[in-house]
Design a protein around this ligand. Structure first.
Ligand code: NAP
Length: 280
């Protein structure tokens, strides 16, 4: 298939290239070659390329930055996604869009399923939800994939930050009252590769299996990496950041399982493989 990837220099974009390049013809775009906030160019570009599939891995992902730069967040995460949906409608392309656990408010005592009520509590979450809504209004053939707590070889992320901090600190404070599912972008890219072979359109939750708090995740990272550091648990309130985060954002991969796909491996197996791969 002919697949156009937006944000291909990003963390997920990098692994999408790795996973899909052997099997598909890829059109790789970046914010320089395809700025999704530019409606006319987005329409022209996609209509001229006529891809079978557009995978949107572009987003303004700085969750705290979104609180300050609301307009930019809206323009990339909501308007940019709408531009892509309009372009896909005209070119007859299927849109695969990556969304987030931050569309939920975090107040739940069981993992979130795809049709649970959304209620974002940050600008990032609100603008990502607007992007989802635009797709649902414009298109019939789409995959909206909500994922969470991503890390990968190409980009800044929690595991790399922890290992970096441990070089100069014997003690690190980490939040213990936010729980989610850390997800390896390579596993997510492989799952997307499977999903696009089908016409099972709809909304999917896709994360590695299992869940933990940031604090537990940090401790596990240091255990696997054999790094001796004292992890001190703190509350999200103590570790003040500009954007509020959902306290519980575990996503049940229900639709994925209902369609007969195999669950993604446990986050502990994924992070162990990842730590073997990176230099720290
Ligand atoms: N990271 C997470 O923990 C996480 C969790 C849940 C969901 N997600 C979602 O997963 C997807 C991938 O995330 P990621 O962590 O791989 O993101 P990332 O590493 O920040 O990459 C995002 C890419 O988007 C590009 N971009 C930004 N503005 C653009 C624009 N106007 N036009 C075209 N491209 C633009 C950036 O390109 P430039 O660098 O050239 O500007 C960047 O390469 C996103 O949709 C994100 O919302 C991420």
């Amino acid at each position: 298939m002919k697949i156009l990837i937006t944000g291909s220099n990003g963390m997920l974009g990098y692994d999408l290239k790795e996973v899909l390049s052997g099997k598909h013809e890829l059109i790789l775009t970046t914010s320089k070659t395809l700025d999704i906030t530019d409606k006319n160019h987005t329409l022209e570009f996609i209509l001229s390329q006529k891809p079978d599939i557009v995978i949107n891995s572009a987003a303004y992902t700085d969750v705290d930055g979104c609180e300050e730069n609301k307009q930019h967040a809206h323009s990339v995460n909501a308007q940019g996604v709408k531009n892509l949906a309009l372009a896909c409608k005209q070119s007859g392309s299927v849109l695969v869009h990556i969304s987030t656990d931050y569309v939920f408010n975090g107040k739940n005592d069981r993992p979130w399923v795809e049709d649970d009520k959304t209620g974002p509590i940050s600008v990032y979450g609100k603008t990502k939800l607007e992007g989802e809504q635009a797709i649902k209004e414009i298109l019939d053939e789409y995959f909206i994939i909500r994922t969470a707590w991503l890390y990968g070889v190409n980009g800044r992320n929690f595991p790399k930050t922890m290992l970096e901090l441990a070089k100069n600190h014997s003690e690190i404070t980490v939040v213990y009252d936010e729980v989610g599912s850390p997800t390896y972008t390579l596993d997510l890219a492989r799952a997307i590769g499977e999903l696009i072979e089908t016409d099972f359109y709809g909304v999917y939750h896709l994360t590695n299996s299992g869940s933990c708090s940031w604090c537990e995740f940090a401790r596990y990272i240091f255990e696997v990496a054999d790094v001796d550091v004292n992890v001190v648990p703190v509350t999200a309130k103590q570790f003040a950041r500009p954007a509020p985060r959902p306290s519980y954002s575990v996503l049940e991969n229900k639709n994925w399982a209902d369609k007969g796909f195999k669950p993604l491996r446990n986050y502990k197996d994924a992070i162990s493989e990842y730590i073997e791969l990176i230099d720290f």
